[in-house]
Design a protein around this ligand. Sequence first.
Ligand code: MLT
Length: 244
Amino acid sequence: MKLFVYHTPELTPTDRLPDCAVVIDVLRATTTIATALNAGAEAVQAFSDIDKLIAESEKLPPEKRIRAGERGGAKVDGCDLGNSPLDCTKDVVQGRRLFISTTNGTRALQRVENSPVVITAAQVNRQAAVQYLQQKQPETVWLVGSGWQGGYSLEDTACAGAIAKSILEEKGQSNPEAIGNDEVIAAIALYSQWENNLLEMFSQATHGQRLLSLNCEEDLKYCAQTDTLDILPIQTRPGFLVKN
Ligand code: MLT
């Protein structure tokens, strides 16, 4: 297995795809996706475009769907939810399909959606992603951060580092064969510096600051937890994720 880290969708190569892409948007899309599936959502369908989300969701009866839309951290008018994982409780999502569109996370998914395998990871389900990679041993793995509108986000790269660190430790660390680019080493260094204080890191990060200004402190606390959900979202067709 060779790992590559890309901080943003814009930095991922366009001339090839990995055997497995791991899409990461810790604040908050991939945390929300893991939480919704863990709470019993039938599936999550991701869209970069809100109008397409509305049109597609109309194909299901109202009791079978729930719409989550976020732009700039805030809820989109006309959607049932914004992008807070805390809203994805059992009574809200169980047995329903979550249709979701967010500023960056769903764009990152779209960027690698044609890879043979696409999974999503966040800090809350980090171990489930690690276990999957360890079991399946895909030859090339891209850990793709969502960032914020083309810029890099601390929390996504730190999560990529958390995944890479576990995998490399298991492989006996000094295994240059497994390191595909320098970003892997940088991501591990970033995670190692903050692993015992992720909430503090999230509070300093620009998107964390944005969410704090929108009174989303509880979201930050929730997203900063490690390995609390034993669930792995996996794509079965472009933009369509189910529990593995
Ligand atoms: C995104 O896709 O940019 C995020 O998930 C934004 C958010 O925190 O809702």
